[in-house]
Design a protein around this ligand. Sequence first.
Ligand code: PLP
Length: 394
Amino acid sequence: MNERMYGLGSKRSVIRETFEYGKRRAAEVGAENVYDFSLGNPSVQPPAVVAETLQELLQSEDATALHGYTSAQGDASVRRAIADYISSSQGVPADPDRIYMTCGAAASLTITLSALCSAGDEVITFKPYFTEYKVFAETAGARLVALPSVPDTFQIDLSALERAIGPRTAAVLINSPNNPSGAVYGEETIRGLAAILTARSEELGRTIYLVTDEPYRELVYGGVQVPYVTKYYPHSVVCYSYSKSLSLPGERIGYIFVNPAAAEAEKLYLAVCGAGRALGYVCAPSLFQKLVARCQGVTADVSAYEKNRDLLAGALRAYGFSCVQPDGAFYLFVKAPGGDATAFCEQAKAFDLLLVPGDDFGCEGYVRIAYCVSHAMIERSLPAFKKLAASYGL
Ligand code: PLP
């Protein structure tokens, strides 16, 4: 038996465990009395056009084609629609033959890292980072190197990056808008990042690729812009997903976009195809490939998340907690009073508030609160947060 796989399967994620605890607790005290902020499952309905398009597809398309295998890299007309949308919305060149349809961002990342890395390579990312990055990097035979970000703002620490890049660095992986901090990396940061990657790639005689994990690209507030990295650094691979933008996480649909101007773009794209094959993906779900092709530019109602953010962040600060205002995604990353995040989450449980310690995201002393829940639940939870604050003497 494979001990690494056994280890991955037998170690339950804290997020899942908290979620399961919430279900058990709801059976005891009633679902309306448990405030589960553990999971990043969208609470906003998919846009109406999703159901309409599914119905149209089911009525108008031949069922064997609709439910059949597509090419491994995805249906050609779907890839064309996505490339056209990237070009028109971002003003960058995009080519359907550099797009590979996937089963969501998790698959996009595993495939991309497997395509880019050889045994012993390093993938650099920044804390806090999505818990699965370590698993994805190690599956690719690489080691995840997680660097600190700038304290309090959770922006990329460019000088730490400069120091960390070495001869084994295959890729730098960023996630903006960020899970769990909600930070969005602005244009200056991306320019700085690109300058470092360009200079260090030249010095090392090896192209360091930039991989961006973008399931939250459209979930931004107050007009904040998310720079499109291919404009700033040619050697970029965009890992996109519709899980959050269309509220379809269970349907498993996304894509990889290899920038046509990247070094060895064709070879890298073929390595992506090879990694997808080696990992047994066969093809992304055919029905949902066709759906997303017809829903380019459509996004679920982001204003509901913004309303949640404003209510929760405002109330928590008023109660004495400290957190940065997230510009995107749907998480608050709150400093644990006393500094012990696990103890804080346990204490929160006493008030039926289910939060997740930041340790698994590489940041001790913080907790993640997923506010992709109903507004009514946030309203009901506020007295419990107030009591929790009081229990810490805030
Ligand atoms: N990357 C980040 C930062 C995420 O938060 C998530 C899911 O929550 C994923 C990747 C995986 O997304 P998907 O459901 O598209 O696989």
